[in-house]
Design a protein around this ligand. Structure first.
Ligand SMILES: Nc1nc2c(ncn2[C@@H]2O[C@H](COP(=O)(O)OP(=O)(O)OP(=O)(O)O)[C@@H](O)[C@H]2O)c(=O)[nH]1
Ligand SMILES: [Mg+2]
Length: 465
């Protein structure tokens, strides 16, 4: 194990931040511990990450909120100890580091059981949080819209309810957000259990309302025949930078994990003159807490319903493959087939960061992939590759959508509402004789269905999109 103390001043203390009774250190001074199990045979899923990259990411998570990193360690272990996760020797070493650095918080990047967490807190005389708790904390601080706030709170309550044996430390709110780093003290737990249940019900009801409003917005947007193109990808892959470049706007993009939380939508004009709506969303991360994926389903509905999905990848990252694997996993959770090349385009970003050789290799690999599976190498930073990207988007969208003419009985409300739900209604005209003439636009598989059901005719004129 390599224990590192970061060289920092004790500014937190000097600033007079409150110091907890139970812990010796300052709750904003954090030590990051990344355990990696060195068992032979490889991990689950088959995609390995380098321990160093995991440490970098863990540090990135801590720096994503205003915590001060005072030490970090990568710890190899041959097996997980039920009581403390880490072996006793390591626990002692870390305890010494925590003490020397006056850290009040230890982030252990692992799925700790409530018992392991409590035992480590005792051993370190500091608060201990695991990956899920830290990500929830970050999301809590980032949430801006009402929906985002509700979703994060719901995820957090579900997380808390699943671990209500926790106790011992009691931090006050210090850093805004929901004070998730706090959590209930021992005496509050029973009362909390009931309160949490009540609160969860209330939030779920509020979220339902927000969801209905969003669905209405989406439905009214659907009447405008602009396809939606959604950006997805690992956190920090460059989604917002690409969004800004394509829309010439100014969404917060920075070297910060989870810089974006709430979805942003903006219209973009393609070189063909067509308009699309581009949607920037929250980034994904490995071991994204399931509570969060569930909670963010509503936000991610933009993605779920998108006509086209751009999977933005940081190709300069050493774990690019593992990241892509994780992103595909989350897409799968959202019932999106990540291998559906008609709908998902891989955007290979940050090529400006590659040396000549890797760059040539990457272009080669891209060129060898067939047709729709071919990724588009770009640099959102320099703007390289934007033209091919935009061209691919328009080509894919126009090809994928077929316009149909349909005649209906004007009194046939059932079929009319079915069409509104399952197609983009471009035109609607009632003649004097009780007939309704519609023009709709749909993907090819749906076109066949509609042709069979309604005896619809293809309109050649608009098929070129
Ligand atoms: N060199 C280089 N840096 C890039 C490129 N695209 C993005 N970046 C940088 O990568 C960092 C993350 O970019 P963002 O656009 O915020 O990434 P994101 O995917 O929106 O991240 P989250 O919202 O945190 O999930 C920023 O520092 C960007 O300047 C690129 O093409 N080349
Ligand atoms: Mg972003």
């Amino acid at each position: 194990m390599e224990l590192k103390a970061a060289r920092t001043s004790h500014a937190g203390r000097a600033a007079g931040l409150p110091v907890e009774n139970e812990t010796a250190g300052d709750a904003t001074r954090v030590v990051v511990i990344v355990p990696h199990v060195t068992r032979r045979g490889g991990g689950e899923g088959g995609v390995r990450r380098s321990p160093e990259a995991r440490l970098d990411e863990a540090i990135g998570l801590v720096l994503a909120i205003d915590l001060k990193l005072v030490g970090s360690a990568l710890i190899g272990l041959s097996q997980v100890r039920p009581a403390t996760y880490l072996g006793s020797g390591k626990v002692e070493e870390i305890a010494e580091l925590v003490k020397a650095e006056e850290a009040g918080l230890v982030f252990v990047d692992a799925p700790l059981s409530p018992v392991q967490q409590r035992n480590l807190e005792k051993a370190f005389a500091a608060k201990v949080i695991d990956r899920t708790a830290l990500i929830l904390e970050i999301f809590g601080q980032r949430a801006r819209t009402k929906e985002g706030v509700l979703q994060v709170e719901l995820a957090h309550l579900n997380y808390q309810r699943s671990r209500l044996v926790r106790s011992w430390t009691h931090l006050e709110r210090q850093r805004g957000g929901f004070g998730f780093l706090g959590g209930p003290g021992e005496t509050q737990i029973e009362a909390d259990r009931r309160l949490i249940g009540d609160r969860i019900l209330k939030i779920e009801r509020e979220l339902e309302q927000v969801k209905r409003t969003r669905a209405l917005h989406r439905a009214s947007r659907k009447k405008v025949p602009y396809p939606v193109v959604a950006l997805v990808g690992y956190t920090n892959a460059g989604k917002s930078t690409l969004f800004n470049r394509l829309t010439r706007s100014d969404v917060m993009a920075q070297d910060l994990l989870f810089a974006t939380l709430d979805p942003t939508l903006r219209a973009v004009q393609l070189p063909t003159g067509d308009k699309v709506i581009l949607s920037d969303t929250v980034g994904f991360i490995s071991d994204l807490p399931t509570q969060l994926v569930a909670a963010f389903r509503a936000t991610l509905e933009e993605v779920i319903e998108a006509d086209l999905i751009l999977h933005v990848r940081d190709m300069a990252h050493e774990d690019a493959d593992a990241q892509a694997h994780d992103v595909k996993g989350v897409l799968g959770d959202l019932d999106i087939d990540p291998e559906d090349d008609h709908r998902v385009i891989e955007v290979w970003n940050k090529i400006d960061r590659l040396d000549d050789e890797s760059r040539a290799g990457l272009f080669n690999t891209a060129a060898r992939r067939e047709g729709d599976a071919r990724p588009i190498p770009v640099s959102a930073l320099t703007g390289e590759g934007m033209e091919p990207l935009l061209a691919t988007i328009s080509q894919r969208l126009s090809r994928e959508r077929i316009s149909l003419a349909i005649d209906l009985d004007a009194a046939d409300g059932g079929n009319l509402s079915w069409l509104y739900r399952h197609s983009e209604v471009l035109e609607r005209r009632e003649d004097g004789e009780g007939r309704l003439h519609l023009a709709v636009r749909v993907p090819p598989d749906r076109a066949e269905q509609i042709e069979r059901r309604f005896g619809a005719r293809r309109i050649a004129r608009t098929a070129e999109g």
